[in-house]
Write a protein that binds this ligand. Structure first.
Ligand code: GDP
Length: 443
């Protein structure tokens, strides 16, 4: 998961505070030392860490916290607020031009994910009802134009290119003309990158900027490169002036330092995050939701948004009724699994549920098509009675089901266990819903 190491350490440290009845200054200081180390290990910029910890410390040793009945909770709330603040506080959106087309210029080093992000962003905007045009200005990297065309094709978004013999400035200008005459209200310019920042690259980007006056210059940086990404951001911002950052590869094994430092160092907001290689793996960045995820408080809002896109409401309603009446059985499980599959990898979903992010047994749950088919076969080999009431599944029944479905007994066992876990999870959802209806706050 994103920020795995950091999240675990912060949650441990803050969890210890929570379990204490009263806090004194030393408790807070000790905890802040651990928070500091955790942030440094996550590759957060040293200055940023220092400032952050000082701010939290100052607020946490205040009278209000010390005298409160739940000082630990209070400190966690402060850390959450300061983390949110660190990442820019509120969501930073693209500012669209009053007179279309809105021109968005993507810049960044080679391999950061510009071309992919160009496509993803086009896809995202298309879903919002825009008519984007992708413009291929990377005339140096072999196959960059082709790559953009492939991406555009997949998303059914037009791509404007003039081959690799024209100057990028001309291509950008012609691209905008093309957009004007073809009713495209957003132009996304994919520019060339280099392995390192050099003057030639910056000059070219500056030329494009001067000529086409983009409404948004978005810098694409690779979160896996940690502090380097932040240095790159600083350099680009100084030389070119950027409006925001797209942080890619947050799905990878990143420690998260870039996400936590870049706003503070450059004063420019992260606008989007890349969460995978697939073309719909780009999300708007919400600092508050990310802070909650880091602290294991879940991200229910993102989960709801995802669910609204992926879930068939009618089926969900039927399922809800069944769960309420305790009628949820294996066939429903199958339906539900298919819907969950639409949501994406299950471990990503788990991170969004409060209290679930640290759950070890759920961590490795994931479904792929093959597994869905296998599960289907197992469920279909059960009798009606067994599907209704899995508790009657003794060893000989399980053996029969494994034989019937061409699977192994341990696979049947695993499925039954997953079923029980899902039921348990649903109970938790039910409780969550109840407490929300009561107007209680989620912890
Ligand atoms: P460019 O040189 O900046 O245009 O970079 P590309 O768009 O060609 O991306 C470089 C590599 O990073 C490609 O293999 C992409 O699939 C991959 N990539 C881009 N964004 C993401 C992301 O958010 N997550 C992951 N896992 N890979 C990404």
């Amino acid at each position: 998961m994103i920020f795995e190491g950091l999240a675990e350490k912060l949650q441990n440290t803050l969890g210890k505070l929570k379990s204490k009845g009263k806090l004194n200054e030393k408790d807070v200081k000790d905890a802040m030392r651990e928070v500091k180390l955790a942030l440094l290990e996550a590759d957060v910029n040293f200055k940023v860490v220092k400032e952050f910890v000082n701010k939290v410390k100052e607020r946490a040793v205040g009278q209000e916290v010390m005298e409160s009945l739940t000082p630990g909770q209070h400190v966690i709330k402060i850390v959450n607020e300061e983390l949110t603040d660190l990442m820019g506080n509120v969501q930073s959106k693209i500012s669209f031009a009053s007179k279309p087309p809105t021109v968005i210029m993507l810049v960044g080093l080679q391999g950061a994910g510009k071309t992919t992000t160009g496509g993803k962003l086009g896809g995202l905007l298309k879903k919002q009802g825009k008519k984007p045009l992708l413009v291929a200005c990377d005339v140096y990297r072999p196959a960059a134009i082709k790559q953009l065309q492939v991406v555009g094709n997949q998303l059914e978004i037009p791509v404007f290119s003039m081959g690799d013999k024209e100057s990028p400035v001309n291509i950008a200008k012609e691209g905008i003309n093309h957009a004007l005459s073809h009713n495209n209200d957003v132009v996304i310019i994919d520019t060339a990158g280099r392995l390192h920042i050099d003057e030639l690259l910056m000059d070219e980007l500056k030329n494009i900027k001067t000529e086409v006056k983009p409404h948004e210059i978005l810098l694409v940086i690779d979160s896996m490169t940690g502090q380097d990404a932040v240095n790159v951001a600083e350099n680009f911002n100084e030389a070119l002036g950027i409006d925001g950052v797209v942080l890619t590869k947050l799905d990878g094994d990143t420690r998260g330092g870039a996400a936590l430092s870049v706003r503070s160092v450059t004063r420019k907001p992260i606008k989007f995050i890349g969460m995978g290689e697939k073309l719909d793996d780009l999300e708007a960045f919400h600092p508050d939701r990310m802070a909650s995820r880091i602290l294991g408080m879940g991200d229910v809002l993102s989960l709801i948004e995802k669910a609204e896109q992926a879930i068939d409401v009618k089926k969900a309603k039927e399922l809800e009724a069944k769960i309420k009446n305790q009628e949820f059985d294996f066939e429903d499980f199958l339906t539900q699994m298919e819907q969950v599959k639409n949501l994406g990898p299950l471990n990503k979903i788990m991170e969004m549920i409060p209290g679930m992010s640290g759950s070890k047994e759920l961590k490795n749950l994931s479904f792929d098509d093959k597994e869905i088919r296998r599960i289907e076969a197992i469920i279909k080999s059960m009798t009606k009675k067994e599907r209704r009431d899995p508790s009657i599944l003794n060893a000989s029944r399980r053996r029969r089901i494994a034989n019937g479905s061409g699977t192994k007994v341990h696979e049947v066992n695993r499925l039954v266990k997953q079923f029980e876990q899902t039921k348990k999870m649903m109970k938790q959802f039910g409780n969550l819903e109840k407490s929300m209806k009561k107007g209680g706050k989620m912890k």
